[in-house]
Structures are given as C-alpha cells and as structure tokens.
Design a protein around this ligand. Structure first.
Ligand SMILES: Nc1ncnc2c1ncn2[C@@H]1O[C@H](COP(=O)(O)OP(=O)(O)OP(=O)(O)O)[C@@H](O)[C@H]1O
Ligand SMILES: [Mg+2]
Length: 284
C-alpha cells in the first residue's frame, strides 16, 4: 500500500514520503499548512488512490470527542417509552437502538480498511485532542451503555489537518507523523494549475503566475492568497476572457490586476497594494 500521487492532485516527493511513513508507522498523519494548500484534498485523494472509503469528520468549535465515538439519544428513548405502541415498546427494550454511532465507531467496525479524516482539529477546544489520545492510539473504546468494547477490525488510515489556530498537546503530537505542506514553489504551482486547466495558454499562465507571486510576496500583507485563490482567479480570467495586456504593463511594473478580489480578501491589503502600485508609477 503506497501513495504515489494522483491525477487530480499534485503531491511533492516529501508529501508522498510523509503519507507512506504514516502508513508504515500506523500512526495518524498530522498535516498543517496555510489555508488552501490542499490539506483536506490530500485525504480525499489518498483514499481514492488506495481505494479506501473515506469517512470525514469536520471539527467545529462545539465538537466534542465523544461525538466521534457515539452518542446516546436519550430523548428518542424517552419519547418511545411514552408512545405506547407495540413498535416503540419493542424498540425501547434494546438500548442499542438509541446509540448513534460516530465516525470512529464506523471506521473501527467497517469490514474493510477505511481512511478517516479529522479535519481542522484546531477548531475544537483544547481538551479535544487529549480526549482522543487513547482511541487513536489503541484503536478501541468502551461503550458504557451497551457494555461493549469497540475495537478496530482494521486500523483506519487517519488524516488530521490543522490550520494552527491552537497548539496541540505534546502527548498528542507524539502519536502522529507530522507534515507541513509548504507553499508550492513556481514549478509545483504550474503543475497544480495544469491539473485544473490542462489547456491553459502558457503566456497567460506565466503572466498570471508572476502577478500572483508579486501579490503574495508583498511585505505586510494580512492574508496571502493561496493555491485555491490562484485557481479561482485563473478561472475568472478565463471566463471573462481578460486579455493578456490587462495583466501586464508595457514596462513590466506592478499594476492592479483585474478581479483582484479573488486574491486579496481585505481592504487593508487592497489599500497596501494600491499604494505600492501608485508609488511604483510615480517612480517611473
Ligand atoms: N496539490 C494540489 N493539487 C491540486 N489541487 C490543489 C492542490 N493544492 C490545493 N489545490 C486546490 O486548492 C483547493 C483547496 O484545497 P483544500 O480545500 O484541500 O485546502 P485546505 O488546505 O484544506 O484549506 P483549509 O485549511 O482552508 O481547509 C482544492 O480544491 C484544489 O482545487
Ligand atoms: Mg481544509
């Protein structure tokens, strides 16, 4: 079982190494990186490439670890017990009918190995990763209501992504293999664009990439545009049929690119960029 990239996803050598290391070690792969650098997509693509079903768990600030294991639906049980039909009376007898299985339960009991994505773990509160330590390590947990031990039939391939909004506890980190997706260099970026727009004219690509990296490298930017933003922008440029000249000044100086809203996402950054363009033009 080895991941070697996919048709829709450009994986650098070190990313493939990291995925395969996590598979070998049988540990979760913790992926960090700027927003839009393909963390979520990695799990989807690896699962597809290795022909595994993917179970996804998208974490929010209110998500609790227990929800990934199971939840006991006491309200339904109470309602059934008051309904007084033969059907409900039958259901009430077995507490199992009120156990709602979480993604970990499903992953552990699946009849073939699955991939499991715990997406944006840093959104949850600080206790969340600690609460999952044992489950992810030992691949088992206990259901108190039914008094059964849920043990993984096959060890799932676990992906955990984080945007670094919160630090993860050391004990948690110890159990993961870590990979930081670096922002793609120009060559890798060209490959990524090629995956999305195979027939893109090379002149447009060159000019658009230059503008993109110029914007990205602007010192003091609050939110740097990422891969997904470049892709959105290119899509717009093509849809609107923007001529090359609109992207390029005769003397190659920076100008405000069309549809800049795809790249810059707040007014401070736009102002900063406009100022720079203005200064550049005065210095001519
Ligand atoms: N290596 C890549 N190959 C192909 N497409 C990519 C790659 N990296 C990013 N993309 C594009 O960027 C988009 C965003 O990727 P994704 O949603 O996986 O980012 P993310 O890192 O999970 O971002 P966030 O932290 O905001 O959730 C993808 O839908 C895809 O179009
Ligand atoms: Mg994501």
């Amino acid at each position: 079982m080895k991941f070697q990239g996919s048709e829709n996803y450009v994986a650098t050598q070190d990313l493939m190494l990291a995925v395969n290391a996590a598979i070998t070690l049988k540990r979760p792969l913790l992926v960090k990186g700027e927003p839009g650098t393909g963390k979520t997509m990695l799990a989807e693509e690896v699962a597809q490439a290795l022909d595994m079903p993917l179970l996804q768990w998208h974490i929010k600030s209110t998500t609790k670890a227990q929800q990934g294991l199971y939840e006991y639906d006491a309200v339904s049980r109470l309602r059934d017990s008051q309904l007084n039909t033969s059907d409900s009376a039958e259901r009430v007898k077995d507490i199992r009918n009120y156990i709602v299985q979480g993604v970990l339960w499903q992953a552990f009991t699946a009849d073939r190995p699955v991939a499991l994505l715990i997406d944006e773990i840093d959104k949850a509160d600080i206790e969340f990763p600690n609460d999952l330590l044992r489950e992810l390590d030992r691949m088992e947990f206990y259901c108190y209501e039914t008094r059964e031990l849920i043990k993984a039939r096959h060890r799932p391939l676990v992906f955990i992504t984080s945007n670094n909004e919160k630090e993860l506890p050391d004990a948690f980190l110890r159990r993961c293999f870590f990979h930081y997706i670096k922002f793609p260099d120009a060559d890798t970026m060209k490959q990524i664009v090629d995956v999305h727009f195979p027939g893109l004219k090379s002149e447009l690509l060159t000019v658009a990439m230059k503008t993109f990296y110029d914007v990205r490298n602007l010192p003091g930017l609050k939110k740097k545009p990422s891969t997904s933003e470049l892709i959105d922008w290119l899509k717009l440029l093509m849809a609107e049929d923007i001529p090359l000249e609109a992207l390029q000044n005769a003397d190659n100086k920076v100008s405000i690119p069309p549809l800049v809203g795809a790249l810059l996402k707040n007014e401070q950054d736009t102002t900063l960029f406009e100022k720079l363009v203005f200064m550049n033009q005065r210095n001519r």
